[in-house]
Design a protein. Structure first.
Length: 86
């Protein structure tokens, strides 16, 4: 897991409010990473089951139940199969 992964998941979780559904561009506009890196990390997070498509045709992602568990510490990053490099 990378800092970008955590930033993406935390943005989508929207702690204290309803979780967000967002495109890579919306996520990028709200965190400090370039769009190409956000897209790359979203693909890896999707493969690891931490995010999922809310609407695949429109490229809108949402945090998955496993993504929520990861942020709450009930899933350890070492249990996940995710690459650190983009």
């Amino acid at each position: 897991m990378t800092r970008a992964d955590d930033a993406i998941l935390e943005f989508l979780q929207n702690e204290g409010n309803e979780p967000l559904n967002a495109t890579p561009a919306v996520i990028q506009a709200n965190i400090s990473y370039q769009i190409s890196h956000v897209r790359s990390r979203l693909r890896k997070l999707d493969k690891a089951g931490l995010v999922e498509y809310y609407n695949e045709d429109r490229g809108i992602y949402q945090i998955s139940e496993n993504g929520k568990k990861y942020l709450h510490g009930t899933i350890d990053s070492e249990e996940l199969e995710i690459e650190d490099s983009s």
